[in-house]
Design a protein around this ligand. Structure first.
Ligand SMILES: Cc1cc2nc3c(=O)[nH]c(=O)nc-3n(C[C@H](O)[C@H](O)[C@H](O)COP(=O)(O)OP(=O)(O)OC[C@H]3O[C@@H](n4cnc5c(N)ncnc54)[C@H](O)[C@@H]3O)c2cc1C
Length: 360
């Protein structure tokens, strides 16, 4: 067996699967190494849906990247004949001077992203499922929606293999080191050599990048699927994605539609989560059991903003954020190396960018 590759991708999750696809498509000899199955629910890409939006409250500098991400998701769809981007629209709500509303308006204005302001009575007519406090501004981004993480990862990997990449699952990387002009990568099953290494190890990244060990913090995040009082008003096609900056709690609450499980896979129900770093955790030893506090926090948001949205809790799952101190991503050559690239620290908002980061 020839163990020499142009590029090894360490970690075939969100960013790594996309990188394998685009590199193989360009004709490189690629090896992707993944410690679990593809996809899996131990890292950051599980859970049916990820919001995609262009009026980026975090910073307008992300918008040009997002414009390319949208184009690349569309190309993946046309290459594979499979839908991964669902333009459901997105409702934003929050205090006019809060970080969400100010940031959405700034990005929309700078890059002419289409957003519609809704006054309280318009919102009640168009989106009667919501109960938004009168003191909040409401904005609607029609081209926002969600992308399907597990499906997208699988499609990237399938395309990568079609273009000649080798993908090894259930093979854990132990270490990498310089070897002559290249890099050698040792796993629990063998040793491989490459001219270039890409480290996309998500929550495990700092294990391979000691320089980042004090700069990345991995947190446990909880997602819930609940049974709403009525299903139909919350189904795909009838209800948008939403992101609400609650003025009495840190972070933001967000959620999705009831998705058709026959088409999308489970769990069943209305998905809701809190975008705020949770408890710091070791990715190898995550407490996957939900607590009463986890439930109470999410039920609070549903009762406050979607009064018909909560009847009973269906499923709670955990997922991991890998946070930087300013919540911006780390994408660069590893200092001191011109043949090792790192992409990590996506701070709970990276998935929508996988199609552009993997291609870069
Ligand atoms: C609850 C939740 C909600 C989110 N919501 C959104 C959202 O709405 N919109 C959005 O854009 N983003 C969202 N995100 C963020 C987004 O999902 C992440 O930023 C993104 O998935 C990070 O991708 P990654 O490639 O860094 O990590 P991952 O997808 O976890 O991939 C890393 C891969 O590396 C593998 N790996 C690690 N170590 C090794 C090793 N030693 N050997 C072999 N393989 C290894 C892992 O097994 C894993 O498969 C959310 C995240 C969570 C947890």
């Amino acid at each position: 067996m020839n163990n020499n590759y142009d590029v090894i991708v360490l970690g075939v999750g969100s960013m790594g699967s996309a990188a394998c696809h685009y590199l193989a498509k360009r004709g490189h000899r690629v090896l992707g190494l993944e410690q679990f199955e593809i996809p899996h629910d131990q890292g950051s890409h599980a859970g049916q849906s990820r919001i995609i939006r262009k009026a980026y409250f975090e910073h307008p500098n992300y918008v040009p990247l997002l414009q390319r991400a949208y184009e690349n998701w569309k190309s993946l769809e046309s290459d594979t004949g499979t839908q991964v981007y669902f333009p459901t629209g997105l409702l934003y709500a929050g205090k006019p001077d809060g970080v969400l509303i100010r940031g959405v308006k700034e990005s929309a204005e700078k890059y002419s992203v289409s957003i519609e302001p809704l006054n309280s009575s318009e919102s009640k007519i168009r989106l009667p499922q919501f109960n938004i406090p009168d003191s909040y501004d409401i904005l609607f981004e029609p081209d926002a929606g969600f992308v399907t993480p597990e499906r997208a990862v699988l499609l990237f990997v399938e395309q990568a293999i079609k273009h000649g990449a080798e993908i090894r699952t259930k093979e854990k990387v132990i270490e990498w080191k310089e070897s002559g002009a290249g890099i050698s990568v040792k796993t629990d099953k063998g040793t491989y050599n490459c001219a270039k290494l890409i480290i996309t190890a998500g929550p495990w990244a700092s294990q391979f990048i000691p320089q980042l060990s004090t700069k990345l913090s991995v947190t446990r995040q909880v997602i819930a699927w609940v049974n709403p009082k009525q299903y139909i008003p919350f189904e795909l096609g009838k209800f948008p994605c939403w992101l609400i900056d609650d003025d009495s709690k840190p972070g933001m609450y967000y959620g999705f539609q009831v998705l058709p499980v026959g088409q999308m896979g489970g769990p069943i129900g209305l998905k809701v989560a809190h975008h705020y770093p949770g408890t710091v955790t070791d990715p190898n030893n995550v407490n996957r059991i939900s607590s009463a506090d986890d439930e109470t926090n999410l039920i609070y948001a549903l009762n406050k903003f979607l009064p018909e949205g909560y009847k009973s809790m269906h499923v709670l799952k955990t997922c991991l954020y890998t946070n930087t101190s300013d919540e911006n991503f780390v994408i660069d050559f590893l200092p001191g190396y011109d043949n090792v690239v790192i992409a990590a620290g996506f701070s709970g908002h990276g998935f929508k960018f996988a199609s552009v980061i993997g291609r870069s």
